[in-house]
Structure formats: structure tokens, C-alpha cells
Design a protein around this ligand. Structure first.
Ligand SMILES: Cc1cc2nc3c(=O)[nH]c(=O)nc-3n(C[C@H](O)[C@H](O)[C@H](O)COP(=O)(O)OP(=O)(O)OC[C@H]3O[C@@H](n4cnc5c(N)ncnc54)[C@H](O)[C@@H]3O)c2cc1C
Length: 402
């Protein structure tokens, strides 16, 4: 009889659900017994509800991956905003000036550069796919411990039940319990910034454009929403983020109109508000025998280029491919040499993105006029360099490809 492997995915965020769905769709699905365990209640999306606070820029490559598991059609037909243009500029400059970085879908012969979608909707759509598959889903189920037994990990649930796993996939976010319990070290560098997030109604049309203005305190991201509002991710000082949370609607509108340099005219407060601490984080190892980390459990990057979820989805894609190929070859999918193939494929790419985001954030925080002039010269040069621009767009479009 064909051997079956028990795989327990800890964490039902975007990356955990995606890896479960990819494995359940794989050639060797019948050789796998899949369980997803999440501490929180099952997320439920209702299209009558307002657009949720947490949205993500999903790259085309990630959308393709979600399509391959049958979840994307639900997302895109329910509520998603394609964006066709991207503008990135230095806070000292005119957004229409020559040093503004410009990317347009037309130029790269694609219909859009990506989509702004609600995290909740993506998770709900994947869960609807998983409901139809042979995957056990356990929400409201925190794990209490993972114990390394002889050939398996014993996953102890807080309700007292136990699951023996041939492979544990830790997809339990930046404060990963799996990572801590397995003793995997993590390098952590907090940014001196907090991300303030809200929706605003702009006076002028957002024109399906994702915008980013780099200010000395951190970048202000303005993402287009399907109903004409914009979602703002303002990485700023802890104090300014605190003031933005406490401000009246009129005060908040003025603060962000000023921070955006009126690029979309007056901005009016029009949605919930929240703050998120920002930290660059990278796990020393992604894998141990019978254990692999994916998504924010393995790496957390600055949200300035909207890449965190895309990198997590790319991890999910690579890990599921590595597992599928291992089973084809008759290998145990939890063996370290097998899992190392995943780590080798993803760790370097994630480290590059992490350093790039940290470096960009620092570069724009330097107030010196000389550095400012160099920055602008670099951006003007980038604008006229065909190969560099093409490379950057390939990365941005395909961050989710595996
Ligand atoms: C302000 C902001 C804006 C962002 N914008 C973008 C963007 O535009 N594009 C983009 O690609 N990325 C963006 N990101 C990053 C993106 O949100 C994250 O990278 C992504 O959500 C991580 O997904 P994940 O599934 O790895 O982890 P999480 O979403 O953190 O999911 C972890 C899951 O594990 C569960 N869990 C935790 N502990 C346990 C436990 N002990 N037992 C069981 N379950 C547990 C949790 O309940 C949760 O469901 C942004 C981040 C921030 C902060």
C-alpha cells in the first residue's frame, strides 16, 4: 500500500492556506494527510461589509498561483482593484518631475501591474477551495507544544488532542511559535517606525495608480481601492502614528493631505484605522528535519514595496513543488536534504528583498542635500535605463512565481 505522510500546517494565514491548497492539488495528494491548525477563529468574508483595513498589493505571479488552486476567480470577481501604473518619488520632489519612478502596464505589455485585494477575501476564497478537498481545517485551535519524537513531530493542541506529523510547516506569522519551539534563531531589527493604516477618499481620481512618496520619517504608500478610495500605509515615527490614531477625521484628513503633497487633492478620512509595528526579521534556518518555515514565520520585510505576502506565497509554491518532486522520487518529504532544496531556493531571494527594503528605507531617510541630489540623479538614471527598469518590473510582477 502507498505510504501516506501526515503534514500539519500551523497557521491559516495567506501562506499557510496556500501551501495546503497547493499540496491538496498536487499529483501526490493521495499520499498526503493534510491538517491546517490556526489559533484564531475561521475568517469569514461578507461582500456587504466595508472594504477591510488590511489589503495587500498582490503581484501577477501570486495571482497566477492563486488561480492554479482555483481561488483567484472568486477574489477577482468579488472585490479587487487592478492597478496599471506605479509612481514612486522623493518627498522633496514634484511627483510629476523627471526623477519620479514611473511604471506602466502598457510599457510591459501586461493588462495590469497587480491587484489590491483584501487579505480576508483571499483567505476566505482559499478556504472555500479547501472545504471541497480532503484537508482537515481546525480553527480556534492554538497549539500548545511541538515535541520532536523519533520519526515525527508530535503536535499538541491546547484542547488536549495530539497529531503526529511527518512534516510540520510553520506558517504561523512573525511571532512564530513553531520557530521558537524548534529553537530556530531569528535576527530581528526593529525599524524606528510604525505603519499607520487607513482608507481615505481623495478629491481626485486615483487613476488605478499605486503611489509611494518617500518622506524623511518613512514612506507613504497610497494604494487604489475598487470603490475609488485609497488605502494608505504610512510608515512614520511612533509619535506621528499615535497622533494619527487619536486625530479627529478632519485632523487626519489634513495630516495626510499634507503628507501626500496633495497629489490627489484633499484627502478625507473614510475608514477604520490601525497601526502595525515594523521590524526586519529573518530566521537563521528555514528547515530542520521534518520541519519547514514559510511566510512571515521565516522572514518579515518592510511593507514599502508590498512584497511580504508575495514572498510568502512564493515560499509556499517552492515548498509544495519540492515536496511533490521528493514523493515522485520515493524520498521522504520531511527529510532534511529534501527540505534544504526549498531553503536553498528561497532564503537568498528573501534576504535580497529584506536588505533592499531596509536599504531603501534608510537611503530616503537621509536628510543631507548631497545625498538627496544623488538619490534624484539615481532615480533619473533608473528611469532611462531599459534593462534595469525591466528587471525591477519582472521582480515586482513575478515575486509570487515559483
Ligand atoms: C501595514 C502592512 C502592509 C502590508 N502590505 C502588503 C502588501 O501590500 N503586499 C504584500 O505582499 N504584503 C504586505 N504586507 C505583508 C503581509 O501582510 C504579510 O507578509 C502576510 O500577511 C504574512 O502572511 P502569513 O500567512 O505568513 O502570516 P500571518 O498572516 O501572520 O498568519 C499567521 C497565522 O498563524 C496563526 N497562528 C499564530 N500563532 C499560532 C499558534 N501558536 N497556533 C496556531 N496558529 C497560530 C495566526 O492566527 C494567523 O492566522 C503588509 C504588512 C503590513 C504590516
Amino acid at each position: 500500500m502507498k505510504r501516506r505522510y501526515n503534514i500539519v500546517v500551523v497557521g491559516g494565514g495567506m501562506t499557510g492556506l496556500t501551501v495546503a491548497a497547493l499540496l491538496a492539488n498536487s499529483r501526490h495528494a493521495d499520499a498526503l494527510r493534510l491538517t491546517v491548525v490556526d489559533a484564531a477563529p475561521r475568517p469569514r468574508f461578507d461582500s456587504d461589509d466595508d472594504i477591510a483595513l488590511r489589503v495587500s498589493a498582490i503581484a501577477t505571479g501570486s495571482a497566477d498561483m492563486l488561480d492554479s488552486i482555483g481561488a483567484w476567480e472568486t477574489v477577482v470577481s468579488t472585490r479587487a482593484c487592478p492597478y496599471e501604473h506605479m509612481r514612486v518619488w522623493d518627498g522633496e520632489d514634484d511627483p510629476e518631475g523627471p526623477s519620479t519612478l514611473r511604471f506602466d502596464a502598457d510599457e510591459f505589455a501586461v493588462p495590469q501591474l497587480g491587484f489590491i485585494v483584501e487579505n480576508l477575501l483571499v483567505r476566505d476564497a482559499i478556504l472555500k477551495v479547501l472545504d471541497r478537498m480532503d484537508v482537515s481545517l481546525r480553527f480556534d485551535t492554538p497549539i500548545a507544544a511541538i515535541d520532536n519524537a523519533v520519526d515525527t513531530y508530535r503536535v499538541l493542541l491546547e484542547d488536549g488532542r495530539e497529531i503526529d506529523a511527518d512534516l510540520v510547516i510553520g506558517a504561523d506569522g512573525a511571532r512564530s511559535f513553531v520557530r521558537e519551539s524548534a529553537g530556530i534563531d531569528v535576527s530581528r531589527r526593529p525599524y524606528a517606525q510604525t505603519a499607520f493604516v487607513t482608507h481615505l477618499r481623495p478629491q481626485e481620481s486615483h487613476g488605478a495608480t499605486a503611489r509611494q512618496r518617500f518622506l524623511a520619517d518613512g514612506p507613504l504608500g497610497m494604494l487604489p481601492l475598487e470603490d475609488g478610495r485609497i488605502s494608505v500605509v504610512w510608515s512614520t515615527t511612533h509619535e506621528t502614528a499615535r497622533q494619527a490614531m487619536a486625530a479627529s477625521d478632519a485632523e487626519l484628513g489634513s495630516m495626510l493631505t499634507e503628507a501626500s503633497d496633495q497629489v490627489l487633492g484633499e484627502l478625507a478620512a473614510a475608514g477604520p484605522r490601525g497601526t502595525f509595528p515594523l521590524c526586519a526579521q529573518h530566521a537563521g534556518n528555514y528547515v530542520l528535519p521534518r520541519l519547514a518555515l514559510i511566510g512571515d514565520a521565516a522572514h518579515a520585510v518592510h511593507p514599502l514595496a508590498g512584497q511580504g505576502a508575495n514572498l510568502g506565497l512564493a515560499d509556499a509554491g517552492t515548498l509544495s513543488t519540492v515536496i511533490e518532486e521528493a514523493i515522485t522520487r520515493g524520498e521522504h518529504p520531511g527529510d532534511r536534504p529534501v527540505l534544504r532544496r526549498y531553503e536553498r531556493a528561497r532564503k537568498g531571494a528573501n534576504a535580497t528583498m529584506l536588505h533592499l527594503m531596509t536599504g531603501l528605507n534608510q537611503l530616503f531617510a537621509v536628510g543631507s542635500p548631497t545625498i538627496g541630489e544623488l538619490r534624484r540623479a539615481g532615480m533619473r538614471l533608473f528611469n532611462v535605463s531599459g534593462p534595469l527598469r525591466e528587471r525591477a518590473v519582472k521582480v515586482a510582477l513575478g515575486a509570487g512565481r515559483h
